[in-house]
Ligand binder design. Sequence first.
Ligand code: MF3
Ligand code: CO
Ligand code: CO
Length: 276
Amino acid sequence: MYETSLAERPVRTHAIKVHDAEGFEGMRRAGKLAAECLDMLVPHVVPGVLTDELDRLAREFILDNGALPACLGYKGYTKTVCISPNHVVCHGIPGPRALREGDIANIDVTVIVEGGWHGDTSRMYGVGAVSPRSRRLVDITFEAMNRGIAAARPGGRFGDIGAAIQNYVESQRASVVRDFCGHGLGRVFHDNPNVLHFGRKGDGETIKPGMFFTIEPMVNLGKPHVKVLSDGWTAVTRDKSLSAQFEHSVGVTETGVEIFTLSQTGLDKPPIQGLV
Ligand code: MF3
Ligand code: CO
Ligand code: CO
């Protein structure tokens, strides 16, 4: 996701790209592989696994499939995936840290396939048995992403997406992170537009067939405010409340959107074990 703070945002004033059939074909390949990578990780997300081990599995999977990990080397990032447990909002860096029973964690992967097309997707995973409030947050966040996707249609506005997400999340007494947003993508990883996960219906640019972008809301059980740790990447909730995120890459068709990063095996929301 992209930083929305004005200080960090590069000037990206060019028009939002409109892609052709070849672009859709490339994005289908990229999205499918990214989803398969997250499918592959499901049985490995267990108590005691090191986040570095999950990163290694993802990297080898991507390379074995003839693709490249987009994050590796991106702006100095040294890993393949971001793994963001519990109060980590996004951009958690894999390392020699074990996941523990009861954790919830987002794993975010971006692949680059032949032709340069990017598939960017993330999901929440439960580690062993998970508390009802954590599971509820995951459910709210998945529903928020899906409402955002459902609000994306040709002739509509980007604000329709943000409004659908924000209205739903706040109706559940949770909050939407403002400091990071979705983004255009294609042969560029982070392109125009910034896709805000809050806003007002009817605001923003018109959504047109051929536009490719991500929808990737971050939702907190507490306040929306975040801070970035001294490693320069890890974003956490200021109030230490739990945070969750899901992400899909989509392309606008004549009638709605095509989701490029759908799981072929029904794992878009990996099952989470409950307590008792
Ligand atoms: N995949 C993230 C996104 O959704 C970007 C991660 S950039 C990294 O846009 F460098 F932190 F990996
Ligand atoms: Co993204
Ligand atoms: Co991502």
